[in-house]
Design a protein around this ligand. Structure first.
Ligand code: TXA
Ligand code: MG
Length: 316
């Protein structure tokens, strides 16, 4: 076993300062956001971004989300249209990523966009992330801080387990409040489209826009390219909608059921979302090799929870 080499940084002025310095020098630094921990790198440095892809073992066709401290910083990178303006005003900072046309001269490495003419941007709703982004003063590309295809991290120890020997530092901000990656909305042909369900419920976005989002089932969409069928995979196999468990299975419960790990005994989708990835990490630690999952309703955050679980259950 390789010993972790990443420096664990405290959530204080000195930790933020060190994290900012490492990022400025092109280092890979994991930091907390309200959704999941991101693995940050300066978005203008080809070589540093290439090292990030290598550290994650990420297919290079899969573009990255750029993180900025506020809307003004986002405007320097992408062109906003009306619907995007409304969503940013309503939900930033927050668990919403907007995919918009990249501006000429934005200075973002083509490795970040994987050569696409669009860029995914978001303003995270997390005090430490905001302070770090302001301290660095550069757009920071940050995928979830996990090896490609594995479970996303919602606490510093998850990052250390997965990537501790291949990154410079981890800014420890405790547990992520939302626990699911951001919802991604793109605008193709002027129509807002859901590219990935996530921590901001689709219902809230549609209420703000006063119109439904296009969905992948509405026709061929430039779906978020990172939406690989098998993703978020724990070590064990995953069986969904389990109303009873078979011999040898470990139950990941939802609602009032006797389970080894329960996402929410009271059936609260917000609680379930916040604890989903920690639950999968816990099942890995327990050595669960066949995981059965209770049915979870397909409403609000349940859509994003089920999306992640379907990918966790997909053939690998
Ligand atoms: O909550 C989050 O979004 C977290 C935190 C760290 O901010 N980040 C995250 O990044 O989930 P990642 O790399 O694991 O997922 C990024 C997703 C991928 O599915 C990718 O394909 C999509 O965003 N994406 C990025 N740029 C895109 C673009 N230009 N067009 C369409 N999809 C894009
Ligand atoms: Mg990810």
């Amino acid at each position: 076993m390789t010993l972790p080499t990443a420096q664990m940084l405290h959530p204080d002025a000195s930790g933020i300062g060190q994290a900012a310095q490492l990022l400025t020098k092109g280092g890979l630094v994991a930091f907390p956001t309200e959704t999941v921990y991101g693995l940050g790198v300066r978005a203008d440095d080809d070589e540093a971004v290439a090292r990030l892809y290598a550290a994650k073992g990420r297919p290079s066709f899969n573009p990255l989300i750029v993180h900025v401290p506020d809307l003004e910083a986002a405007r320097r990178l992408v062109a906003f249209e009306d619907a995007a303006e409304r969503l940013a005003a309503a939900f930033w900072p927050g668990a919403l990523t907007l995919v918009l046309p990249l501006r000429d001269g934005a200075g973002v490495s083509p490795l970040v966009t994987a050569g696409l003419p669009s860029l995914a941007v978001r303003v995270p709703d997390h005090g430490l992330a905001a302070q770090l982004l302001r301290a660095v003063g550069l757009p920071i590309a940050a995928p979830s801080a996990n090896p490609s295809g594995q479970v996303s991290p919602t606490r510093a120890a998850h990052v250390a387990d997965g990537l501790g020997d291949s990154i410079a530092a981890i800014l420890d901000g405790g547990d992520c409040a939302v626990g699911l990656e951001s919802t991604i909305v793109g605008f193709s042909g002027g129509q807002p489209a859901l590219l990935r369900p996530g921590g901001l419920p689709v219902e809230a976005i549609e209420a703000c826009l006063g119109q439904p989002l296009l969905r992948p089932q509405d026709g061929p969409l430039p779906n978020a390219p990172g939406q690989l069928a098998s993703h978020y995979a724990p070590k064990g196999t995953v069986r969904l909608n389990a109303v009873e468990i078979d011999a040898g299975e470990t139950l990941l419960g939802f609602g009032p059921v006797a389970a080894t790990v329960n996402l929410s005994e009271s059936g609260d989708l917000v609680e379930a979302a916040a604890g989903l990835f920690a639950a999968l990490h816990r099942l890995n630690a327990l050595g669960a090799d066949r995981i059965a999952v209770s049915p979870i309703p397909e409403t609000g955050l349940g859509r994003a929870i089920n999306d992640r679980l379907r990918r966790a259950a997909a053939p690998r």
